[in-house]
Write a protein that binds this ligand. Structure first.
Ligand code: G4P
Length: 200
């Protein structure tokens, strides 16, 4: 998605060798106009699927997920990382290990919001090691619901998340695919490489 790649080049900041800071428009301050375009793009990519729920994990997945839900006209559920005082119903839970932050989080979704007849689209801000998406997939499985695919705003192709999804035969659509950070610069996977990637 060209407008997203341009925004990453303009406002993204490379930290160390594998982290991209995008708190200017995605992870802290949020650009709702860009999020709206992102939601519309996920709708364009997945409109062949009978999506009934959009799923994400708090907190940074919520903004793109909301606009995706708006485009599909379906509810958005964000898995919670902390125990809620009011979320007393029965919960689906899974454990998500963050390689970046080196902590394990329990994520949970109330059973009343996810049913066996739901067709789910998982949305997240980053695909790095794929742990957050795996946790949501686990919960979709516990509910007996169907996973239609995964929509990612920024994928880092050099980390293992994509490989993990491919192995499981999950359809993943990423709007920006970064293959490397070189001398503080972001290098995107070009279209030809992306096709070759998909073929292998
Ligand atoms: P995963 O997201 O694929 O599971 O990989 P990983 O375990 O490495 O990611 C842990 C957390 O770090 C996730 O956020 C993920 O979105 C974030 N993250 C991974 N790579 C980057 C990066 O290059 N830049 C930024 N800004 N974040 C990255 P989280 O723990 O779920 O926290 P939240 O921000 O959604 O609250």
């Amino acid at each position: 998605m060209k407008i997203l790649e341009e925004r990453i080049l303009k406002d993204g900041q490379v930290l160390g060798k594998d982290v991209l800071k995008v708190d200017n428009f995605l992870n802290h301050q949020v650009d709702p106009m860009l999020m709206q375009q992102i939601g519309q793009e996920f709708h364009r990519l997945f409109k062949d699927q009978p999506i009934t729920k959009v799923l994400t994990v708090e907190s940074s997945g919520i903004a793109p997920a909301i606009f995706t839900g708006l485009a599909f006209n379906v509810p958005v559920i964000f898995a919670r990382k902390h125990k809620s005082l009011t979320l007393k119903d029965e919960l689906y839970t899974s454990t998500v290990y963050s390689y970046t932050k080196k902590v394990s989080n329990h994520i949970s979704i109330s059973k009343k919001f996810l049913k066996a007849d739901d067709v789910c689209l998982v949305i997240d801000d980053f695909l790095a090691n794929g742990q957050a998406v795996e946790g949501l997939m686990d919960i979709v499985g516990q509910a007996g619901a169907k996973l239609a695919g995964v929509g990612i705003v920024i994928e880092k192709t050099f980390q293992k998340g994509r490989h993990l999804m491919d192995e499981k035969g999950i359809r993943v659509e990423s709007l920006a695919r970064i293959k490397a950070f070189e001398d503080g610069k972001v290098i995107f996977l070009d279209d030809q490489e992306a096709t070759t990637h998909a073929v292998h």
